[in-house]
Design a protein around this ligand. Sequence first.
Ligand SMILES: Nc1ncnc2c1ncn2[C@@H]1O[C@H](COP(=O)(O)OP(=O)(O)O)[C@@H](O)[C@H]1O
Ligand SMILES: [Mg+2]
Length: 261
Amino acid sequence: MTIQRIASKWEKTKVIRRKESLRTYIPDTRKYSSDHLREMLETYEMVYVKPDHGTYGNGVMCAEYWMDDFFPDSPIQLKLRYGIEYELFPTIEELHNAISLKIGQKPYLIQKGIHLLTYRRRKFDIRALVQCTPSNTWETTGFIGRVAAPQKVITNYHGGGNVLPIEDLLGPHLTAREFAALYKEMKLVGVQVAAQLARKFPNLKEIGLDIAIDDQLQIWILEVNTLPALFPFKMLQNKDIYKKIRRYAIAYGRLKAKTAK
Ligand SMILES: Nc1ncnc2c1ncn2[C@@H]1O[C@H](COP(=O)(O)OP(=O)(O)O)[C@@H](O)[C@H]1O
Ligand SMILES: [Mg+2]
């Protein structure tokens, strides 16, 4: 039996949105269009535009209102950021034209932008790994923090980001008690998302959740990956975490057990 993978972010968002208790964790997400760009910029002031079938942060852009601090009387503009580059536009229409040129005919999504917490002035988010246990329940088995490269709007490792334990990243923002509560909530959200997706996709065995934490310490699910990388968890100091991840992955057939020599 092959492990279920789902490429479309839109499909996954639709399924997890059906679960009432998960809705508060999902930033407003729609198919990209000029109307949605206008409406969402007016509502949220910052939005992310990303390919429905994207990976590694490729094609991810961020658009927001922008004011020139040196010339406060100059008109508000719109800033489109991608990679380490940016462009400014006087109107939403022109911003839309520039985005359209970049995305061509490919399906893209637009999502409410979350103001990520920062670590040494770099944005970070959290990858949670949720796996099917050998006794066929769901368990959030690991967390890893991902720090964006300077000036980048994405935290992906393949986009130049680096990984650090979540304790190091969240430590400066939270008390021990707040950390414990957030940790518990993230574990629970992970299990609930997996269980909800598995209702529609019964052969699902593992997911990777991209979790953003904003300055109000609210948890947001940016996306759900169905082919999550396992290797980042190897670097955690607590070696028991990766041992368990490996053991579970062998049990459901993602990894092969080492044969005795
Ligand atoms: N709505 C958002 N608000 C803030 N940051 C976002 C948002 N969506 C994506 N990002 C940033 O971009 C990265 C890549 O986006 P993601 O949706 O995970 O696509 P990919 O499949 O390419 O990893 C995220 O890990 C996060 O750092
Ligand atoms: Mg991602």
